[in-house]
Each structure stands twice: as C-alpha cells, then as structure tokens.
Design a protein around this ligand. Structure first.
Ligand code: MG
Length: 158
C-alpha cells in the first residue's frame, strides 16, 4: 500500500462587514475574510494538504486568484474538485485533521456542522475528519483579530 501525507496552511485577513465562512458554513460575526473566493481558510488548508500529499502544488496554482471563474466562489466547489483530482490519481482520503486559529467568535458550537458539511462534500464518514479551533491567547495577528489561520494534514492511501 502507498501511504501519502500532506500538510496545508492558509491565512486570510479579517475585515468589517464581510461574510465569515469557515469549514463550509457561514458563521455570524461582525468581520469576515478578505479573499478572491469566499475566504474559507479551513477548506483552503485542507485542499493544500491533499494536494501536498501527491506533490500536485497548491490551490493557488489550480484555481488562480486572477481568474474571474473563481471570484467569490464557494470553497466547497474547490474542495470537491480537489477530491476528484485525488480520485483520478487512484488515491482514497483516509483522514483529515484541521486546526483553525482565531480569537473570536467561538467555533465550538459549529465544529460538528463543519465536520458533517465537509464529510458530505468529500464523500467519506464524518469520523474521518477532525476540526479543532484554538485562540492564540490574544497573541499575534489571529489574537489581535486581524486575521484567521488554519493548518491541516491529510493522509491518502492507494
Ligand atoms: Mg486562502
């Protein structure tokens, strides 16, 4: 069996009055992520982890932020496309673990909805996707509420 691991990292700047979309769902907040797409840091980190596992580059290469096609796009569509690429290479996604760093709002009430939403897009069981959130104790850009970051690892098998 061929086992591949990949890591992804993404950051988006926060700005007043924008929609906040994380983990495939919209979350009520006063700020949202500035981005060419919907700015879903969790999905972007997860896509990069999957692409990284197969050394296929990153979502910036696949879905350029200069393209009108991807302007304001729902990142779940990008995730689905990445899953298709992985499947075309003959790989199955074994599991994903993602950590989101932000000061506010609290994500705990939304975590299971995010997990189920992403599991449905990917097409595997919800127990194969972990999403965690942490504050950074008011330190750094996340802690000062200037931005949100996310890390993800993905394990693929063939
Ligand atoms: Mg991004």
């Amino acid at each position: 069996m061929d086992i591949r691991i990949g890591h992804g990292y993404d950051v988006h700047r926060l700005a007043e009055g924008l929609r906040l979309v994380i983990g495939g769902i919209e979350i009520e907040h006063t700020k949202g992520c500035l981005a060419h797409s919907d700015g879903d840091v969790a999905i972007h980190a997860i896509c990069d982890a999957m692409l990284g596992a197969l050394a296929l580059g990153d979502i910036g290469k696949l879905f350029p932020d200069t393209s009108e096609e991807f302007k304001g796009i729902d990142s779940k569509i990008l995730l689905r496309r990445v899953c298709d690429i992985i499947a075309e290479q003959g790989y199955t996604i074994s599991n994903i673990d993602c950590t989101i760093a932000l000061q506010r709002p609290k994500l705990r009430p939304h975590i299971d909805t995010m997990r189920q939403t992403l599991a449905d897009v990917i097409g595997f069981d919800v127990d194969r996707i972990s999403i965690k959130a942490t504050t950074t104790e008011h330190l750094g850009f996340e802690g000062e509420e200037q931005g949100i970051s996310a890390h993800a690892v993905a394990l693929l098998t063939r």
